[in-house]
Design a protein around this ligand. Structure first.
Ligand SMILES: NC(=O)c1ccc[n+]([C@@H]2O[C@H](COP(=O)([O-])OP(=O)(O)OC[C@H]3O[C@@H](n4cnc5c(N)ncnc54)[C@H](O)[C@@H]3O)[C@@H](O)[C@H]2O)c1
Length: 438
């Protein structure tokens, strides 16, 4: 206050000679000038920030680079009586003792096959998928059309959308959830780590939050991955082996999923079964997987990268045919016990399981290429490369005795037979069907 008074006092003492403003020497005046410059600077900074903000808010979305991990957060159209009718009709059970299953990731490779198998045997099935563009959306749409012909409706939406999930459970009291929606792929995790957190962790938690609070709680079967074995060297991989050395962020999110599943089982009594799939292949497969893009590139005469481990070590995979995986999924759903909680509270211990679903006969990747060469009648241009350290492991090999015992799981398709079916589908889909091989 006294300072203010002194400043105003000094203000009044105007100089007799303009230009020789002696008052500049006053410490009070310097502070005043400093204060006012600071105020001006702050004002201009705010104005500048406001202009930038307005610019970004008003610019059309097409000119703003889209973060792929947030693409799936866009809003979808759902709701209304016609929509609810469609949902109900898709989920209607048509067999005695049939279940009502919500299949997430239904437009995906495994999701499409599992949904149609459930529908075929009379279970009620509703699909859900966000149709993200991790790989060609047209393939997901073609799978959707296939499912629609069998009476399965896929609701378009993200598993992070709590309101949508709650609405679905309000319309249909699902007895089971087959959770297959995820960000798959090992190498893409280095490009877009956020998409793995979004779908495999946040999305999974959101789904479990809804499942735990609905009444009755559904039993959940979900896809983990053989990648959780990471740098494990003991073969074949058994469910009891250590899984604390993931070699990729993808693997780490799947392992996190297993721990999260444990928590929801422990606290809320949700019945949870995790399935560790081993390199699934077959018709309607995923274009980012080696057998798929090898086929495409061999046909185009493009060189294909064939990895070898240190000292010319063999890289091998326990390739598992899709029909075998589907039988494993159905076995897991059929043997899943009811969840024990209600109203978000646990009422007793609930089932918690993890199974390997593999073929239990690993095949070197070089052999995969030879089979494709024979089936396609084209010699591959092999580009032998060192196995990069970006997530891929040298080999996978499943011990499936636990799944055999508990689920009656018994894979029956060898790689030669399965690839023959895949190649037939591929040539028909891309050459004869909707698209030509570019
Ligand atoms: N195919 C394999 O070899 C393999 C191996 C191990 C584990 N898995 C797991 O099996 C499951 C199915 O794999 P796939 O090969 O069918 O993959 P996929 O990519 O073909 O299917 C996943 C589907 O989930 C959808 N999706 C992704 N994030 C979503 C979200 N946030 N909300 C809603 N939908 C979303 C995608 O659009 C896609 O259609 C995944 O959980 C995957 O991690 C697959």
């Amino acid at each position: 206050m006294s300072q203010l008074k002194q400043i105003s006092h000094n203000d009044n003492s105007a100089p007799s000679t303009p230009g020789k403003f002696k008052i500049e020497k006053s410490p009070y005046f310097n502070r005043t000038r400093w204060h006012s410059s600071l105020a001006k600077l702050t004002l201009w900074s705010f104005a500048f920030l406001a202009v930038i903000l307005i610019f970004f808010l008003r610019s059309p979305s097409s000119s703003v680079p889209i973060d792929p991990s947030r693409r799936s957060l866009r809003t979808y159209n759902w709701g209304g009586s016609a929509w609810e009718k469609r949902v109900r009709s898709s989920a209607r059970v048509r067999s005695r003792n049939g279940m009502t299953v919500l299949v997430t990731g239904a437009a995906g490779f495994v999701g499409t096959h599992v949904s149609s198998a459930l529908k075929r045997r009379g279970d009620g099935v509703l699909g859900m998928d966000n149709f993200n563009d991790y790989y060609e959306i047209s393939l997901k749409r073609a799978r959707q059309a296939l499912l629609e012909r069998t009476g399965v409706y896929i609701v378009e939406g993200d598993i992070n959308d709590e309101a949508l999930l709650r609405k679905l459970f309000e319309v249909v009291p699902f007895t089971h959830v087959m959770h297959l929606a995820a960000q798959a792929g090992v190498r893409y995790a280095m490009q877009n780590p956020g998409s793995y957190v979004h779908s495999n962790i946040a999305g999974f938690v959101n789904l479990l939050e809804v499942c735990k609070s609905v009444n009755p709680q559904p039993a959940i079967v979900w896809a983990s991955s053989s990648s959780v074995y990471g740098l494990n060297t003991k073969v074949p991989f058994s469910e009891r082996d250590r899984t604390d050395q993931p070699a990729s962020l993808y693997a780490a999110t799947k392992k996190a999923g297993e721990e999260i599943a444990h928590t929801y089982n422990h606290i809320y009594g949700l019945s949870l079964t995790g399935l560790r799939f081993f390199t699934v292949y077959g018709p309607w497969g995923r274009p980012d997987m080696a057998y798929f893009f090898f086929t495409k590139d061999i046909l185009k005469g493009k060189p294909i990268p064939v990895f070898e481990a240190a000292n010319h070590g063999t890289v091998a995979r326990d390739f598992t045919y899709i029909d075998d995986i589907v039988r494993g999924c159905l076995g897991a759903l059929d043997t899943a016990e009811k969840s024990t909680g209600s109203g978000g509270k646990k009422r007793g211990p609930a089932q918690l399981r993890v199974f390997n679903l593999g073929n239990t006969s690993p095949v070197p990747v070089t052999e995969l290429v030879s089979i494709l060469e024979r089936l396609l009648k084209v010699k591959a241009k092999r580009n032998i490369m060192k196995l990069p350290r970006n997530g891929d492991v040298q080999f996978t090999h499943a011990n499936i005795s636990y799944a055999q015992r508990e689920l009656g799981y018994k894979p029956t398709t060898d790689l030669q037979t399965g690839l023959k079916k895949f190649v037939r589908w591929y040539l028909n889909y891309y050459s004869g069907g909707k698209k030509a091989v570019e």
